[in-house]
Design a protein around this ligand. Sequence first.
Ligand SMILES: [Zn+2]
Length: 86
Amino acid sequence: MKTRKIPMRKCVACQEMKPKKELVRIVRSPEGEVSVDPTGKKSGRGAYLCNQHSCFVLAKKKNSLGNQLKTTISEEVYAELEKGVQ
Ligand SMILES: [Zn+2]
């Protein structure tokens, strides 16, 4: 039996390592545009967040996404994220 390696990523809010598919990816494109990336396939600098509301709140409060992506996260992006998390 071959064990499939699951790609793990770290949540910017709680710092926990989780399988990539359990996280929401936020990406900053080479043009500097920040967006939520449900497919995980957009190019650019990425940050990951647990698909849970507490991590969203924490990340927003601490500006973890902004720090990770070295940019300002707009209210629109936060609004979109909030819709996406559970
Ligand atoms: Zn988290």
